[in-house]
Design a protein around this ligand. Structure first.
Ligand code: HEC
Ligand code: HEC
Length: 260
């Protein structure tokens, strides 16, 4: 090595900050293959065998919203994302999480899932047929009894989106993190209300009806109080929309992504 090259190496060593080191340094091809195997066993049932998403987010993206860098990705796999359907992967040790994370990063270089229809037509259908904005907020418009859809294309993949349109109750009951969407029916001397349970304690229950109005009841005043599990307030659209309109609408939902 010439003196100049040696100086260069020393200088690079001094200048390179600690964060420039990747947690994936030193991983072999074999480790990556093991990461893929672990992904199939522990992640594919939610994120799809190819990582393109389902009940879990589409991971075939160069940037992940909840994992700005590789350290954050490894940490996320341990902790999960509280309040969502992403569980902490505590059955995997640190080495295994690192290998799966490295595999997830390789997915980011693949092509995204293909849309079944035309997202532009789908946008019109969203606004005009089916009353979606009556229950969902999208980019600040609409009312919010259902989950916000502004970046649903980041969080959910094709298959899950189709299921949530055709069989919303099935999609919902599959997904953890949806305790927030429990349907309740209550009856008082004055009449009955069906809606989502907003809050409940020993003495009272608050219910948001489909119109978005929150009603508060004392449990003593109720003649009937039913929790309807695995039931969705969202209509089943499989019979309402023509097949090609459904494909367009689903393509529109897939296109709803945060800026990358
Ligand atoms: C029980 C279903 C389920 C399993 C199992 C699961 N995930 Fe998830 N994951 C989700 C859901 C749902 C989300 C979306 C959370 C949200 O933002 O609402 C998610 C989000 C993520 C994110 C964040 C994506 C982003 O845009 O930032 C990553 C990364 C991730 N999962 C990786 C994994 C990996 C790797 C595994 C396996 C070790 C795994 N998940 C197992 C359901 C799951
Ligand atoms: C009467 C209210 C209502 C209407 C109308 C409605 N939804 Fe929903 N939607 C909900 C609720 C509530 C949920 C939460 C899960 C559940 O309870 O099924 C939901 C869930 C969803 C999900 C799953 C989101 C996720 O992150 O898992 C999608 C996608 C969706 N709706 C799209 C639509 C579209 C598109 C339309 C119009 C064609 C529509 N919804 C009309 C109430 C509604």
């Amino acid at each position: 090595m010439t003196i100049r090259a040696a100086c260069f190496v020393v200088l690079m060593f001094i200048l390179s900050p600690a964060w420039a080191q990747s947690p994936f340094d030193g991983l072999t091809e074999g480790d990556l293959a093991d990461g893929e195997r672990l992904f199939r066993v522990h992640c594919a049932r939610c994120h799809g065998i190819d990582g393109a998403g389902g009940e879990g987010s589409n991971l075939v993206r160069s940037k992940l919203k909840h994992a700005a860098d590789d350290e954050a990705l490894i940490a996320l796999l341990g902790d999960g994302i509280p309040g969502t359907g992403m569980p902490g992967m505590w059955t995997l040790d640190e080495n295994q999480r690192t290998r799966v994370a490295a595999y997830v990063r390789t997915l980011g270089r693949l092509e995204a899932e293909e849309m079944p229809g035309d997202p532009l037509r789908g946008a019109t259908i969203y606004q005009s047929s089916g009353g979606c904005p009556a229950c969902h907020i999208l980019e600040g418009h609409g009312t919010g009894i259902g989950p916000e859809l502004t970046d649903v294309g980041d969080r959910r993949g094709l298959e899950y989106l189709r299921r949530s349109m055709v069989e919303p109750a099935a999609a919902q009951s599959q997904t953890m993190g949806y305790q927030d969407y429990l349907t309740v029916r209550v009856r008082t001397a004055d009449g009955s209300v069906e809606g989502l349970r907003v809050n409940e304690d020993a003495f009272t229950v608050q219910v948001r009806d489909i119109g978005g109005v929150v009603h508060s009841f004392r449990k003593d005043d109720l003649t009937e109080f039913e929790k309807v599990f695995a039931h969705s307030l969202m209509p089943e659209y499989g019979t309402v929309l023509a097949a090609n309109d459904m494909d367009d609408l689903i393509s529109y939902l897939m296109s709803l992504r945060s800026g990358e």
